[in-house]
Design a protein around this ligand. Structure first.
Ligand code: SLL
Length: 147
């Protein structure tokens, strides 16, 4: 495939977790419901570049390797503890052959100074990143232009 020299495609993304305390519905093993996600920073459709996202959860979960094959690239679970989630992004073959691993620490509990835990106030932690594809293939370049 033809590659375009001196061209870069820059894809801003946001990834993170949002977590809700279950309040009265909380029990020992399920105190929070949370979602981990990766999305375009200005809500661009990530399926233009991403074929599959794999969320690697803590081994205490059933089937801790969770595969998401289409947008939205997100996963919801319930649990009791905080741990590091590995988010592996796999791109369409004309975009990039290599996977990209992102690391995100799931946060369930609010900071002391943000007041008491509430079922209505989620704990959100987000990171911003830019995926840079240098010398993109022509097919990817054309697809990216049309978005
Ligand atoms: C901790 N190092 O000890 C961490 C591990 C693991 C959390 C936290 C499992 C829920 C389920 C779950 O929430 N694990 O089995 O459905 O705090």
């Amino acid at each position: 495939t033809k590659r375009l020299k001196d061209v870069e495609i820059n894809f801003p993304i946001v990834y993170g977790t949002v977590s809700f305390w279950l309040g009265k519905k909380a029990n020992e093993y399920h105190s929070h419901k949370w979602t981990v996600y990766v999305r375009g920073a200005t809500n661009e459709d990530l399926s233009v570049i991403i074929k599959r996202a794999v969320f690697q959860l803590h081994p205490s979960f059933n089937n801790p390797t969770r595969v998401v094959e289409s947008a939205p690239f997100e996963l919801s679970e319930s649990g009791w503890g905080e741990f590091e989630i590995v988010i592996s992004l796999f791109f369409h073959s004309d975009v990039c052959e290599k996977q990209l691993d992102l690391y995100h620490q799931l946060k369930l509990y609010p900071e002391e100074d943000s007041g008491p835990q509430s079922t209505k106030k989620p704990v959100v932690v987000e990171s911003y990143d830019e995926i840079v594809f240098s010398e993109p293939s022509e097919t990817f370049f054309v697809r990216a232009q049309n978005h």
